[in-house]
Design a binder for this molecule. Structure first.
Ligand SMILES: [Zn+2]
Length: 194
């Protein structure tokens, strides 16, 4: 994907600063709001219109100044058949209470991080047990998800599963914000219950 190895490695090293960047975290809410608007515009196949029925969230490892941007999961309910529609999200990854970005970046092997990235991870104070569970999800569950089975072929050469999620992050191009937005958008279908 065209970028030099040193640029890729640099991207991994500076991504973590975004975990504490209110502007970047607010951008994720804007993207989710847009995804929700698209879902609402499509409506329900039964012909009914969709009404907001968000789920409250108590996000963990979320900076105080942007907590309001992560305190609910956008969702709809059909006014006619009552079916529930939860929107794909770049803010959350599945039902986890931590921000999706935290699940992604805190799972990167410590040896791959710069001193400042390590400091950010340390400040998040995610219990080691939780990080270990996320790592085993990346290594054992993620590769067999329909999303990855359908999408992995677009990465040439193949992404090394044993180095996930680090090996995936370094495949997304551009500055760290750009790289992470695109990666979170790629992962967003995983945020919806199957
Ligand atoms: Zn309906």
């Amino acid at each position: 994907m065209g970028e030099s190895l040193s640029t890729k490695i640099e991207t991994i090293k500076v991504c973590h600063a975004l975990l504490q960047n209110p502007k970047f975290l607010s951008l994720l809410l804007q993207i989710d709001t847009e995804l929700a608007a698209q879902m609402r515009a499509r409506g329900c196949p039964c012909g009914g219109s969709l009404h907001r029925a968000d789920y409250p969230r108590k996000p963990r490892a979320c900076p105080k100044e942007v907590r309001h941007a992560f305190d609910s999961r956008l969702s709809f309910c059909c006014g006619q058949c009552r079916k529930r529609y939860t929107c794909a999200s770049v803010r959350f990854l599945g039902r986890r209470v931590y921000l999706g970005l935290v699940v992604l970046l805190a799972s990167v092997r410590r040896a791959k991080l710069s001193a400042s990235a390590l400091q950010v991870v340390h400040m998040l104070a995610v219990p080691e047990r939780t990080v270990a569970r996320w790592r085993s999800w990346w290594l054992q569950i993620f590769p067999s998800t329909p999303l990855w089975r359908a999408g992995c072929a677009r990465f040439i050469p193949a992404v090394a599963h044993e180095h996930l999620p680090h090996s995936l992050i370094e495949r997304f191009q551009g500055d760290p914000a750009h790289c992470l937005v695109h990666l979170l958008a790629f992962l967003s279908p995983l945020s919806v219950p199957r």
